[in-house]
Write a protein that binds this ligand. Structure first.
Ligand SMILES: *Cc1c(COP(=O)(O)O)cnc(C)c1O
Length: 438
């Protein structure tokens, strides 16, 4: 235990306990998830799928992965689940690879509108392989469905993707499915409907957000570590016929489950992380419990309470509020400050969130006008609407300090005030223990 890495882990435990985690893509896993992740399953090579492995000795691994698959299917009412993607990004790449040839067109929400990097940002590998076309959002923060339809009919994409990391409304999946049907009719090719629900998968599992697979979508990708509250990793669930993933399969929508299996392994990954897959199985079982429904409902309740409290303190919100767990605050027009400075100052008092561009920001990735925050982690720790009001009060105090300070250097003049707030946050946070830390 002399390796400094263990002292670093202890310090991180302290940081997580003493601060309030408002990053909407983070959460705290249970002790059982940690136990499975830290197990000797990491020792095993198991390329392939249950009962179809390239290595011997997989009889126990097969049972664990099969449980993860069955639980994921049950959770999302899916015909098929692939639990092997190492991350959300890998899950998306595998779906693109399963369905598209190089040069094919994928229609997705643009990054500034709230889409994810993996949906066609020019810096990614996928963007160099496929032709991404981006749709945007309207002034009130909803998907611009008219634009989506217009672009779809114009570009006749192979995939229409609904997914996002900074979007606060509930997508109208039926409407997008109708657009796909029109494109299919017009172009004569099948259109894959893909939902990247990395952020809201837990809300879907908990029944407080519609399930795209029940609205005509063929595939849903997700992370397992955000609202699903599992280990860091990816997941793909889909509808269709489940075939032998080791055999070449015709490219048709009804074969999408098998095409996806082949695209994950051997298409884009090698040996699966079976210790993480076991931890996914543990998390999925937790997600199937009635208490998880309550948790999901509380995430949204808290987000709405926090949005109202922030508005009452004078913050302007993108879309004027939220229907999920996410809030995007326009700190530029509310307090004349930029998101990076605000993120930095909040960090000093133990409130963690991230600066985020607003759809209206022009090329301002380094000085974004907003910050993004959310309630999944705080809800896991047991905070409720009253505590959301307290968080909004601290956020207002820090915004006023930032407005006076002007920049990071100026902030040094307010160290005393920030220290005082930091102590308040710490005393408050320690009242709400972090699971798995004792
Ligand atoms: C977080 C996220 C991802 C990427 O997940 P990683 O595990 O970080 O690769 C993909 N899509 C969306 C919409 C996300 O929010």
């Amino acid at each position: 235990m002399n390796d400094p890495i263990f002292a670093i882990i202890e310090k991180e435990k302290q940081r997580q306990s003493e601060g309030l985690e408002l990053i909407p893509s983070e959460n705290y896993v249970s002790e059982n998830v940690l136990k499975a992740m830290g197990s000797i399953l990491t020792n095993k090579y198991s390329e392939g799928y249950p009962k179809l492995r390239y290595y011997g000795g997989n009889e126990n691994i097969d049972q664990a992965e099969t449980l993860a698959i069955e639980r994921a299917k049950q959770l999302f009412h899916a015909d098929h689940a692939n639990v092997q993607p190492h991350s959300g990004a890998n899950a998306n790449e595998a779906v693109y690879f399963a369905w598209c040839k190089p040069g094919d067109t994928i229609l997705a929400m643009s990054l500034p509108a709230g889409g994810h990097l993996t949906h066609g940002s020019p810096v990614t590998r996928s963007a160099k392989i496929y032709n991404f076309v981006g749709y945007g959002v309207t002034e009130d923060g909803d998907i611009d469905y008219d634009e989506l339809e217009k672009l779809a009919l114009e570009h006749q994409p192979q995939i229409i993707l609904v997914g996002y990391s900074a979007f606060m409304k509930i997508p109208d999946f039926d409407r997008v499915a109708k657009v796909a049907a029109k494109v299919a009719e017009q172009s004569g090719h099948e259109v894959l409907l893909m939902a990247d629900m990395a952020h809201v998968a837990g809300l879907i599992a908990g029944g407080v957000h519609p399930n795209p697979l029940e609205h005509g979508f063929h595939v849903m990708t997700s992370t397992t570590h955000k609202t699903l509250r599992g280990p860091r990793g990816g997941l793909i669930v889909s509808m269709g016929k489940v075939g032998n993933p080791l055999k070449k399969t015709e490219r048709k929508l009804e074969n999408i489950p098998t095409l996806i299996d082949r695209a994950v392994f051997p298409g884009t990954q090698g040996g699966p992380l079976e210790h993480v897959i076991a931890a996914k199985a543990v998390a999925f079982e937790e997600d199937l419990q009635p208490e998880f429904k309550e948790y999901a409902a509380n995430i949204v309740k808290n987000a709405k309470a926090l949005a109202e409290a922030l508005k009452a303190e004078g913050f302007k919100l993108q879309g004027d509020g939220t229907d999920n767990h996410l809030i995007l605050v326009d700190v530029k027009s509310s307090f004349g400050i930029n998101g990076k400075l605000y993120e930095y100052a909040l960090d000093k008092i133990g409130l963690t969130l991230n600066a985020n561009a607003l759809p209206t920001d022009k090329g301002a990735a380094f000085r974004p006008s907003g910050v993004r925050l959310g309630t999944p982690a705080m809800t896991t720790r047991g905070l409720g609407p009253d505590e959301m009001e307290q968080i909004a009060k601290w956020m207002k105090q820090v915004a006023e300090i930032c407005a006076k300070a002007g920049d990071n250097k100026g902030l040094a003049n307010y160290d005393g005030e920030l220290d005082k707030l930091h102590k308040e946050v710490k005393d408050f946070a320690l009242r709400f223990p972090v699971p798995g830390i004792n």
